[in-house]
Design a binder for this molecule. Structure first.
Ligand code: C2O
Ligand code: CU
Ligand code: CU
Length: 489
């Protein structure tokens, strides 16, 4: 049997030869609601985020060694408002160097938290992070050079929700944990003792880490949640290291209202959405029409593409079951208009840049996996435009305020490309317009055995000692060197 063969189970682990154990939670495990730090009403002093080693039970009954941010696994959901400045104190107690990057925020390079803003063990990084952008779902995670994949996998990640006047007034569900939920989706591998594991190999470098067990908010899926009768809002983050997830509902289409950088112009009904690592989508589920609905995830979701072929077809499972109570909840209807979003204007662009992602620059990945064992380090095995990531080299210099077209190309596989310090619009993917749900503000774009083009503008500065990054968000590829740096001045 192939080590990746999927076995459906309920309530127990099933041994998969020479790999791990596939775990699934018995029906009825309640959804874990990530604790919220709500700053919308005001900020009282500095906001402490402590990166710490911990142990965490994902639902296997065993304590896994993890990293957490103020918690045993993952961080709080931070909710802030446009116009605020967030005074963070990020304390690193993990026994290794780390960084925290604010993925999706439109902020200057010196508070971005990229690989140059290392926090030594035992010290505190205190950026004042200005929230200038509109309502959007963002996140934060380790961006430690060569160690991002392992540190993020172990738990150094969290969600940062930005609200604005319009989103706070909007006729949408917004009672956290009642009709408004944050879902952090991740794939994990657990060993036969039920402990989370992460082992590097040549395959893991090439494909990125592919866990066989779905975890939602730090607990093994499926989860169940009782909800009032009415509209339910799900704010979803794919925080997998490398897996693309195809999401769908058991009954009816998904009603997508937002993407990475904010609300769509109007709701989009989609049979399914394909989410890359790093992407966020917000959806509404109408719990008046049905007494129960399931959010399903296809672990090999890219429609018969590279991963599905490699890993043996669809792996459809339920991530979350919503069950209706007879309490009335948010009784409004799906809004018809959400945001003022004009179509992107490629004719505004004055600069075009090209990026060629490369998986193989001749390095012996198997030897690297053995040598480095627990982190990808070194960053010399993959490249963009022929150059593996080098902390001492600035790859691009961008002028603040210029509108640019970035064309990203790959020869093989499907790669999720991310750019710091901005939101962009996708112009084209292999010559086609992106799916309607991906036509709003984005900071991630799929590049599938071909090329994608985005229209982007940078409004904040990133000097050469704290440049922005662009990279593949398959974290093992990023750690292997599929990343570059740019300044904005
Ligand atoms: Cu989500 Cu450069 O990272
Ligand atoms: Cu980022
Ligand atoms: Cu990649």
């Amino acid at each position: 049997m192939d080590r990746r063969t999927f076995l459906a189970t309920t309530g127990a682990g099933v041994l998969i030869p020479s790999h791990g154990v596939l775990w699934a939670q018995g029906a009825g495990a309640p959804l874990r609601i990530l604790p919220m730090t709500d700053l919308v009403g005001g900020i009282d002093g500095r906001i402490g985020l402590s990166l710490n080693p911990a142990t965490h039970d994902f639902g296997t009954g065993a304590a896994s060694k993890t990293l957490g941010i103020n918690h045993s696994y993952l961080g709080p959901v931070i909710r802030a408002k446009q116009g605020q400045t967030l005074p963070f104190d990020v304390a690193n107690n993990i026994g290794d160097i780390s960084t925290i990057h604010w993925h999706g925020l439109h902020i200057p390079g010196d508070v971005d938290g990229g690989p140059h803003q290392e926090i030594e063990h035992g010290s505190v990084w205190s950026p004042d992070v200005p929230i200038v952008q509109h309502a959007s779902m963002n996140w934060f995670h380790s961006h430690t050079h060569g160690k991002t994949a392992r540190q993020t996998y172990n738990g150094l990640a969290g969600v940062l929700l930005v609200e604005d006047d319009a989103s706070l007034d909007a006729d949408l569900p917004k009672t956290y944990g009642v009709d408004d939920f944050v879902l952090v989706l991740q794939d994990k591998t657990f060993d036969s003792a039920g402990q989370m594991s992460y082992d590097l190999s040549e395959d893991v470098f090439e494909d990125g880490f592919q866990g066989d067990t779905m975890v939602i908010n730090g607990a093994i899926a499926p989860a169940t949640q009782m909800v009032p009768t009415g509209l339910i809002r799900l704010r979803i983050l794919n925080a997998c290291n490398a897996r693309f997830l195809e999401l769908s509902m058991a009954t009816g289409p998904l009603t997508v209202i937002g993407s990475d950088g904010g609300f769509l112009a109007s709701p989009i009904e989609a049979e399914s959405i394909l989410m890359s690592p790093g992407e966020r989508y917000e959806v509404l589920v109408d719990m008046r029409a049905v007494a129960r609905n399931d959010l399903n995830v296809n672990l090999n979701g890219n429609g018969g593409g590279f991963f599905a072929n490699l890993f043996g077809g669809n792996q459809l499972m339920t991530a979350l079951t919503l069950t209706r109570t007879n309490k009335t909840g948010f009784d409004g209807s799906v809004p018809t208009e959400l945001a003022n979003l004009a179509p992107p204007q490629p004719s505004d662009a004055t600069v075009t840049r090209s990026f060629q992602l490369k998986m193989d620059v001749g390095a012996d990945l198997a030897a690297l996996a053995l040598a480095w064992d627990n982190f990808c380090g070194g960053a010399g095995a993959m490249a963009i435009n022929g150059q593996p990531m080098n902390m001492d080299r600035i790859d691009e210099t961008v002028r603040k305020g210029d509108t640019e077209i970035w064309r990203i190309a790959v020869d093989e596989q499907l790669h999720p490309f991310h750019i710091h310090g901005c939101s962009f619009r996708i112009l084209s993917q292999n010559g086609a317009t992106p799916p309607s749900y991906a036509q709003g503000w984005k900071d991630m774009v799929h590049v599938d055995e071909g090329w994608s083009e985005v229209l982007v503008k940078f409004d904040y500065e990133a000097p050469k000692d704290t440049p922005y990054m662009y990279h593949c968000h398959i974290l093992e590829h990023e750690d292997c060197g599929m990343m570059g740096q740019f300044t904005v001045t």
